[in-house]
Design a protein around this ligand. Structure first.
Ligand SMILES: [Zn+2]
Length: 351
């Protein structure tokens, strides 16, 4: 028995000292256990090999059973905690992520020391797949902060090219990128800032024929687009997929955002905005103007909500419409509710 304990200690602590990954050390411990169990079953009880490794198969089976029960209990507690925190469960087909490199650990150290994020939260960020609709005013800060924060896979869809008149506020793009597709300009900036994340650019408009397929590849969608047709399309696809949607909008000096998530009790976009407003009531940024830093404020708040949803930190703005009035420096939060008659997520909707 002592011999086995010494061998296990050498594998675990010795392996740790030479930098062997945890997964490999666990596998070696499993193999050691199976070898000992094999010896106990095949050799007579009085054989020196059997005596030196415990002398009883029953003892080892009991120990193995206790470890299995402990691991199952721990997995159950973790799943319950995740559910209680309302975080997004990791998708089944998510690629297992290896340990962080020293550079990544150093880069994300200010996250890891936060009690609400920690190493587990940073790993959840690395595992997360987030789709951003639009690489314009709101998309720019969202994309920059998601990349900097270490969100592992970031998709971005937009069919626009960078224009001179975008650069007063869309700080992810620069003068030399004028005329370039926004998604490629954004990708360059994100990967220059953080080479540890994967960026998937889609240089096209989001249309009904691809919406469901695209949304299904992501755990979370962030909508910062500039037109109502796309907003309703994204909302419906997210409701069908059961994927949370962080949606934001801007006008002149005021911005708003909310987390739409009917799968977890919050309203969807259409619960709150039943129909698109008449065009003269919702002029575009080009027509009405917008103060440059406003998308930065609201987009950064959307990135914060994304990190909260992914890591399970705090209380995301589900069922809350957060409104920021830049002209008077005021923040308000209005409670919003699901609507049974909502054509997208209501009781009569075909979901
Ligand atoms: Zn709804």
């Amino acid at each position: 028995m002592l011999l086995v304990a010494i061998m296990a200690a050498v594998i675990w602590f010795g392996g740790g000292m030479v930098g062997a990954p945890r997964q490999i050390r666990l596998t070696l411990l499993g193999l050691l256990y199976l070898a000992v169990l094999g010896i106990q079953i095949t050799f007579p009880k009085t054989h020196p090999m059997a005596v030196n490794t415990g002398g009883s198969a029953a003892l080892w089976l009991l120990l193995g059973g206790a470890v299995v029960i402990f691991l199952a209990y721990r997995a159950l507690i973790r799943a319950l905690r995740r559910r209680a925190a309302g975080s997004i469960p990791a998708p089944d087909d998510a690629k297992p992520v290896g340990p962080f490199s020293d550079t990544e650990l150093n880069r994300y150290a200010r996250h890891i020391v936060l009690r609400e994020v920690g190493g587990a939260g940073q790993k959840a960020l690395k595992n997360a797949r987030v789709l951003v609709i639009g690489a314009g005013g709101l998309g720019a800060p969202v994309l920059q902060y998601l990349a900097a924060a270490g969100v592992g896979t970031i998709g971005v869809i937009d069919d626009d090219l960078v224009e001179n008149a975008n650069l007063q506020r869309q700080v992810i793009h620069h003068d030399g990128a004028i005329g370039m597709p926004k998604v490629f300009s954004a990708q360059q900036a994100m990967q220059a800032q953080n080479p540890f994340v994967t960026v998937r650019p889609y240089h096209r408009r989001l249309t009904a024929d691809i919406a469901d397929e695209l949304v299904a590849e992501y755990d979370l969608v962030i909508d910062g687009c500039d037109n109502f047709e796309t907003r309703y399309l994204v909302n419906a696809a997210c409701v069908r997929a059961g994927v949370p949607l962080i949606s934001g909008a801007l006008s002149q000096w005021e911005g708003q955002l909310s987390v739409f998530d009917p799968a977890r009790g919050a309203p969807c976009y259409q619960c709150i905005f039943d129909k698109p407003p008449a065009p003269h009531l919702a002029p575009s940024c080009a027509e009405a103007g917008v103060i440059g830093p406003l998308p930065g404020v609201v987009g950064s708040m959307m990135a914060v909500e994304a990190i909260k949803l992914i890591t399970g930190a705090g209380a995301p703005a589900r069922g809350q419409m957060v409104i920021y009035d830049a002209l008077f420096g005021e923040n308000r939060s209005i409670a919003v509710q699901r609507r049974a008659a909502c054509p997208t997520c209501g009781t009569s909707a075909e979901n």
